[in-house]
Design a protein around this ligand. Structure first.
Ligand SMILES: NC(=O)c1ccc[n+]([C@@H]2O[C@H](COP(=O)([O-])OP(=O)(O)OC[C@H]3O[C@@H](n4cnc5c(N)ncnc54)[C@H](O)[C@@H]3O)[C@@H](O)[C@H]2O)c1
Length: 263
């Protein structure tokens, strides 16, 4: 339990995730990397799983400065790879306390233009992989009588536009899955929650900062008038992984600067 002790004006704080073991899928870059670093900085050992070898190797070097972390390169759209990755992690650490289903892709297409291949691809990474990771990991979490699962969905799970059907459907599915797992695992308790970010400033989206028209749109459309920072998403992922969020399960926490609730 994280708590504060005051002694002669100095605040001592226990690390929020001391001695925990976390898995972050898609942890080589972007939001997943930020969550992995935040967890490691709070005392967790972190296993990142990503398809990108080079980025994964770079990120693991950073993570190792904080904790005994490992990188497993795998394409998680294939269920067999998920089972192998989870087995490797159990063999290495002997425990899994926190799972962050973060890996995700987006495909833009008109509603009547998605191909079968695109449908299967986005589903297999955004939704199917999250299910099979949760299924594999919760077997051990049940034995441990402890666990937290955090699904990175999207503000697009609750709103619609013309070109994100596949993305919105898989992210809405992820939110529905969050609720089913939360209800089924509550007695243990394993806490299961989702985070739905709006526009996050990542290496992939930062080029928009140079696009005045797009930035104008963002300022008009999003009440906070700015991107969400990766660290702001990671802070919520830390809260949901820590004892401070005890009592919260099955929720979808939207962090979007007020985008989806404004007209
Ligand atoms: N960036 C945003 O504005 C935003 C907004 C809402 C939700 N999200 C969600 O946040 C999550 C992270 O997004 P991000 O912006 O950091 O993107 P990103 O592309 O930087 O990170 C996604 C990671 O997932 C990995 N990945 C993709 N397919 C994989 C596969 N088959 N097997 C293993 N790893 C795979 C990628 O290699 C990458 O490292 C995603 O689920 C995304 O949908 C992002």
């Amino acid at each position: 339990m994280g708590y504060q002790l005051k002694k002669k004006g100095v605040v001592f704080r226990e690390m929020e995730l001391k001695d925990k073991v976390s898995i972050v899928t898609g942890g080589a870059s972007g939001i997943g990397k930020q969550i992995a670093l935040t967890y490691a900085n709070e005392g967790s050992k972190v296993a990142i799983i990503d398809i990108k070898k080079e980025e994964g190797n770079k990120t693991i070097e950073e993570l190792k400065k904080y904790s005994d972390s490992i990188f497993i390169q795998a394409d998680i759209s294939i269920v067999n790879n998920i089972e192998m990755a989870v087995n490797k992690i159990i063999k290495y650490y002997g425990q899994i306390d926190i799972l962050v289903n973060n890996a995700g892709i987006s495909i833009r297409a008109d509603v009547d233009a998605l191909t079968e291949e695109q449908w299967d691809l986005i589903n297999s990474i955004n939704l199917k992989a999250a299910y099979f990771f949760s299924k594999e990991v919760c077997k051990l979490m049940k034995k441990q009588n402890y666990g937290r699962i955090i699904n990175i969905a999207s503000a697009r799970s609750v709103i619609a536009d013309e070109t994100h059907l596949g993305y919105s459907v898989t992210k809405a599915g992820l939110v529905a899955m969050t609720k089913s797992f939360a209800v089924s695992l509550a007695k243990i308790p394993i806490y299961v929650n989702a985070i739905s970010p709006g526009y996050v400033l990542t290496p992939m989206t930062s080029h928009n900062l140079e696009n005045p028209l797009w930035m104008e749109w963002l300022k008009n459309r999003v009440p906070l008038g700015r991107f969400i920072e990766m660290q702001e998403v990671a802070n919520i992922a830390l809260f949901l992984a820590s004892e401070k969020s005890n009592g919260i399960t099955g929720q979808n926490l939207i962090i979007d600067g007020g985008w989806v609730i404004s007209q």
